[in-house]
Write a protein that binds this ligand. Structure first.
Ligand code: PLP
Length: 387
């Protein structure tokens, strides 16, 4: 997206902002106005929490992984079970928040980007329930890798557009969705799936995902009588991580740890740059273009990251680490065998780091791993990799 104008608001230190053409800037300003108005609106929040409870099945448990804890020795391990949400991941939290906002704004048509198909399925699900017209942009390569998710979205009544440009991956789907929004903003709401993009998206997605740490904070205080030593979450765009961290950011004694795949480690190996209309750490090639990424977890395949994570890293408040594919596959199997919980490959990154980290702590400490999604979608892929 070209730099035509930059907003003064929506910054996290030097990161974030809104670098988009003027006509899109105006659309985003209206979106921001409505978000600011409704985020503290009593009727809006009542409706959102009604769907969180009755449709998603919140609150999600904070489960003590007793077997894993005794196997590893060290800190008590708690799992925040976002995998138990309807549609199988944390993505539905943000989708419901944004679709209620879309409804308030009078939108008739919802568009979204999707990588692995998880956000597309969550969006198509909510559009089905609310009777909204739904168009999902998905990279052509991804539609081939995730053919079943394409069918799921179509089953839910959505139109899936395969994007052949570029690598035919998530980044290209985002570009196509923004192009659609610029043309059709009068009746269309772009329901972005992660804590990325120009202002106000990172702030808005965090707001709807903070329910994860709002709940986990209460739950851990009830179970342990004190805050955890660390909260660990995987980082794609960074929405499940920022939602898991949000209510602990002021508690300086709680370590916040984001886990990236070695093959898509924008916070560990990227440089500050502009991507999709905002500033964050980006993996660039020699020509200064976003680098192709190849994570075994399709949901983590993004060359950038949420701007607030870039800021939390620079300010030293959060730590970001990487994990190899072999470690992820081991964690995927270990959590399945020890606890009877098959995690998404994305979430298995957070589990993998915890396997190394928990034994370094004392038994009177606790850590929370955010299980962002369930692994049913990945079982076939892991089967092919392991045999
Ligand atoms: C999409 C997805 C992710 C990555 O997205 P974030 O915005 O970084 O949370 C992680 N886990 C699961 C299960 C996902 O579906």
């Amino acid at each position: 997206m070209s730099t035509a104008q930059s907003a003064t608001q929506g910054y996290f230190g030097q990161f974030g902002g809104s670098f988009v053409p003027e006509e899109l800037q105006n659309v985003l300003a209206i979106l921001d106005e409505n978000f600011q108005k409704y985020k503290n609106d009593e009727a809006f929040n009542k409706e959102l929490h009604y769907y969180f409870e009755e449709y998603v099945g919140r609150k999600s448990p904070l489960y003590f992984a007793e077997n894993l804890t005794s196997r590893l020795g060290g800190a008590k391990i708690y799992l925040k079970r976002e995998d138990l949400n309807h549609t199988g991941s944390h993505k539905i939290n943000n989708v419901l928040g944004q679709i209620l906002l879309a409804k308030r704004m009078g939108a008739k048509r919802v568009i979204a980007e999707t990588g692995a198909g998880q956000h597309g399925v969550a969006t198509a699900t909510a559009c089905a329930m609310f009777g909204m017209d739904c168009t999902i942009y998905m990279g052509l390569e991804d539609t081939k890798r995730q053919a079943l998710n394409v069918f799921r979205m179509e089953l839910l009544g959505a139109k899936v557009i395969a994007v052949a440009e570029g690598q035919g991956r998530l980044k290209d789907a985002v570009d196509a969705a923004f192009a659609d929004l610029v043309t059709n903003y009068e009746n269309t709401f772009y329901l972005l799936g992660s804590a990325v993009g120009p202002h106000p998206f990172p702030q808005m997605v965090k707001h709807f995902q903070q329910i994860i740490s709002q709940e986990s904070r209460e739950q851990i205080l009830e179970k342990e009588g004190k805050l955890p030593t660390a909260v660990i979450a995987c980082i794609g765009g960074g929405s499940n991580a920022i939602g898991s961290f949000a209510n602990y950011i002021e508690d300086k004694e709680v370590r916040l740890i984001g886990v990236e795949p070695e093959q898509a480690a924008s916070l560990n190996e990227g440089v500050p740059a502009e991507l999709h209309g905002f500033r964050c750490h980006v993996l660039l090639d020699a020509d200064g273009n976003p680098k192709p990424t190849y994570s075994i977890a399709a949901g983590l395949d993004y060359p950038g990251c949420g701007p607030e994570h870039s800021f939390l890293q620079e300010s030293g408040r959060a730590e970001y680490v990487t994990i190899s594919n072999d470690e992820v596959l081991e964690a995927f199997q270990l959590l399945s065998k020890e606890e009877g919980i098959i995690p998404a490959l994305e979430s298995a990154h957070a589990v993998a780091y915890a396997l190394k980290f928990a034994p370094t702590l004392n038994p009177d400490e606790s850590i929370i791993i955010n299980i962002s999604g369930r692994g049913d979608k990945d079982v076939e892929q892991v089967f092919a990799m392991l045999k």
